[in-house]
Write a protein that binds this ligand. Sequence first.
Ligand SMILES: [Zn+2]
Length: 42
Amino acid sequence: MQTAEVPEPSGEGCEVCGTEMYGLHCKLICPNCGYRRDCSDP
Ligand SMILES: [Zn+2]
């Protein structure tokens, strides 16, 4: 059984480039520019 962590679409756009960000654990990560945001931030 593989337990690879697959980011899930967060439905939120990147603040920098507008690409849909992906959520991994409690982080939002932009696959386009690499911008990341902690999901606890406002
Ligand atoms: Zn971005």
